[in-house]
Design a binder for this molecule. Sequence first.
Ligand code: KG4
Ligand code: ZN
Length: 354
Amino acid sequence: MSRQAKMRSAFRRSASPPTTPLRYNASMLILGIETSCDETAAGIVADGRRMLTNVVASQADIHARYGGVVPEVASRHHIEAMLPVVRAALLEAKCRPSDLDAIAVTAGPGLAGSLLVGLNTAKALAYGWSRPLIAVNHLEGHLYANWLVEDARPELPAIVLIVSGGHSEIILAEDHGSYRLMGRTRDDAAGEAFDKAARVLGLGFPGGPAIERAARDAGPKPPRLPRAWLGDSSDFSFSGLKTAVARVAQESSAPVADIAAGFQTAVIDVLVKKTVRAARETGARCVLLSGGVAANGPLRQALREAASPIPVWVPPPVLCTDNGAMIAVAAHFRAEAGAAGLNLDVRASWPIAG
Ligand code: KG4
Ligand code: ZN
């Protein structure tokens, strides 16, 4: 075959579905790849529940010096870290490529340049190893992180609160793959609000853990900061709170720890009340919390207390933040929807539900 004919044939193959069709079985072994933001991650999960490995290379230290994630810098670091992370995952799980039933990857939402690194890696591996490729929505990944918690018994329908640096969503998961968006932020995400407030208070990046730590030293009467209830809506708005933090920091003599505590309480109050109301109104069997902000101890505690007797499941912090194992679990439950073609593209904006 001439070189040109070979290239044409390779192109045709790349634009068609993979050679290996996807056959669902309950004991599937799936490699999940995640690069939607600043974590380069690969996890391997068996049966949709048993985590064999979860390797995460975080770029948090690199972005800390800029005070936030710089998309171009993130993509470049994903390129460097991606293959070593996949190799480490396979080694740690003592797994050969031929043991895998499928390769799952976050196709969106997220930073386009970052998503592309994971997606193209997953495509190349799927093609080279003749494995089916499964496209996963990042938010669905966060939801399914709860299936990896050893003693959790998540049951559907569930109300899911996803709170991270890029997202603040309340979702009703009626069944696997069947979601209803109940509410979302109209401006800043909850994690973004933590990061911005921390910057104003000089606490560094990422702001969430810094604010949580600072708030532990607060006095008995931290300043009361405003809550945006938005009537009966389940939507959120956090941008006013950031302005309020700046105003209190400038105009009052309140210590930083007190302002941090006032801010944290205001965010938690709104997140918890709206989530619990949605759970009661929809008759949800449990509440699932996920995303980076779910690592916040006072949020976990307040949600558990307010939702009782509805059970609240929260993954350990390492599974709340972005990781590949959660992408593998989501793919397990979405596998019946079928494999993606190698012409799959990233979707920087990809609502989980309308
Ligand atoms: O899920 P994630 O790792 O990445 C995104 O997809 O955004 O979430 C990162 C966000 C950051 O905004 C960070 O400040 C916040 O999660 N975060 C926290 C805590 N740990 C991380 N927010 C509040 N309290 C924490 N302990
Ligand atoms: Zn995330």
